[in-house]
Write a protein that binds this ligand. Structure first.
Ligand SMILES: Cc1ncc(COP(=O)(O)O)c(C=O)c1O
Length: 469
């Protein structure tokens, strides 16, 4: 039978498709081989007690991929995204071997609550939930808003009076010139973070973070299949990250960089010169910055804000949780360009519809509670001083916090394992703290939240002192 032109065309298309399938299977075979090698690396690292992530190795690999993609005529951004996915997979594989940690402030606090339900007395030093009462005017405003019938749907971006109040509040504090349309009211800073990452991070894209860091950063980056690029700070350097390394990492143009000062867990506030150096380098490379400033009110020294650098694309996150003891209200805000606000608001609308209006009305009142805020900050400053003295009796080294609600000591005992310590402290002695591994590879550190009155702190520190003998 004679083959017509159309059939010939069909034959050759089918042939090319078969070839594509073969090449795809080859790629998978090579991926399986790469996974096998990753497991091997994991075992070697475990034996040598080397941390899983190595930013230098990643940098070399990235440079090699850039060269190779140029040689092969492959789009560099595509090649780098592919590499990021492969690195993320290697890290996951190696974590299963070397650095398996399921601890986070949430898991520890769930465990503490279970013990409490069984009748145990627990001293909670694991979560950053201020023990100060929510200001009375806020509670009254909440009740009035309900009585006045503010109980229906509202705009996903938030109600205008609160957006205006936030802009005014920030302008007063920072000397900025914000308008309400640069403000999005969020379901707490945590959801703000989710929204900010969803608008900046692509699958396979890099997210620069500064470790030790709030665990949610990594988790949300993982959720979006991004690649966390961690610059580790050390206690020896007073938790100042290596600014040279940060600049180099920014020159690699990650999708986004996440700052958090005062830092959870270290209490570090980056000085203005370093903060500016980081932000300017990010701006030069077109890297958007998410600046999580939920502890900014609890700064005991001048703390820079990203809003003071309008030349950089940024999302500033803040919250009513810590400043006004409103953790259960679940309300925070994001400040960004109108375009970014529109994108984040759209996603918030899809996910949550809106933030309850009576809660937003109560939050307007919170911004007027300056006296309560000042009193809370003063109490926390005193408490940190008090707890730092108690900590001196432990075999510990720590950085005296510039702000925040926490102490992050290193225990100077050979082989100290904060996961084992935190488990036994909770189970045997009823004191809940968070192991350093929740914040990165900081196994000989743990975090103490100071959200309890001084008597409780004294009792807990005596227990810790005994446990560490
Ligand atoms: C650094 C940091 N960002 C964000 C949050 C979340 O705050 P919110 O209660 O507003 O969601 C926390 C809570 O502990 C935090 O420590």
């Amino acid at each position: 039978m004679k083959v017509t032109g159309k059939e010939e065309e069909g034959e050759s298309l089918a042939g090319v498709r078969r070839e594509i399938q073969r090449v795809t299977e080859e790629i998978l075979k090579l991926t399986a081989e790469r996974m096998r090698l990753s497991r091997e690396v994991g075992r070697i690292k475990e034996a040598k007690e080397i941390p899983v992530e190595d930013i230098e190795v990643e940098k070399r690999l990235r440079a090699a991929v850039k060269d190779k993609s140029l040689e092969l005529g492959i789009d560099q951004d595509f090649a780098l995204s592919l590499l990021n996915l492969l690195i993320a997979q290697s890290v996951d594989i190696q974590r299963d071997t070397v650095f398996k940690s399921d601890v986070s402030p949430t898991t520890i606090s769930q465990w503490a609550r279970r013990l409490e339900e069984k009748g145990r007395k627990i001293i909670h030093l694991e979560t950053g939930e201020p023990d100060f009462p929510t200001p009375n005017p806020v509670i009254d405003a909440l009740k009035t808003a309900v009585d006045d019938g503010h109980t229906g749907y509202n705009d996903a971006v938030g109600v205008q009076p609160l957006r205006e109040a936030v802009a005014k509040h920030l302008n007063r504090k920072l000397g900025t010139d914000l308008t309400y349309d640069e403000v999005l009211i969020t379901h707490g800073a945590r959801f703000g973070l989710y929204l900010a990452l969803s608008t900046t991070l692509k699958p396979g894209g890099g997210a620069l973070l500064f470790e030790p860091s709030y665990p949610a950063y990594r988790r949300i980056v993982d959720l979006f299949e991004g690649r966390p690029i961690a610059v580790r700070a050390t206690l020896e350097d007073s938790w100042t990250p290596d600014i040279g390394a940060v600049k180099e990492a920014l020159d690699e143009r990650p999708d986004v960089a996440i700052l958090n000062y005062p830092s959870n867990p270290t209490g570090k506030v980056l000085d203005t010169g370093n903060f500016q150096a980081v932000v300017e380098r990010a701006a030069r490379n077109g890297v958007p910055v998410i600046s999580d400033e939920v502890y900014r009110d609890y700064s005991f020294k001048q703390c820079p804000s990203i809003l003071e650098y309008p030349g950089c694309r940024s999302v500033m996150l803040s919250s009513f949780s810590k400043s006004y003891s409103m953790t259960g209200f679940r309300i925070g805000y994001a400040v960004a360009s109108k375009d970014d606000i529109a994108q984040m608001s759209c996603l918030q609308g899809l996910a949550l519809t809106c933030i309850p209006e009576f809660i937003q009305r109560a939050a307007i009142k919170a911004l007027e509670c300056e006296d309560e805020l000042t009193a809370n900050v003063e109490k926390m400053r005193k408490r940190i001083k008090y707890a730092a003295k108690l900590l001196d009796r432990l075999p510990a080294t720590f950085y005296p916090p510039d702000g925040g609600l926490y102490l992050f000591p290193r225990i100077d005992q050979p082989g100290f394992d904060s996961e084992k310590f935190a488990s036994s402290l909770l189970e045997k002695h009823g004191v809940a703290v968070t192991p350093g591994t929740a914040f990165g590879n900081y196994r000989n550190y743990f975090r103490i939240s100071l959200c309890q009155p001084e008597e409780q702190l004294k009792e807990a520190f005596e227990i810790m002192e005994d446990a560490l003998k």
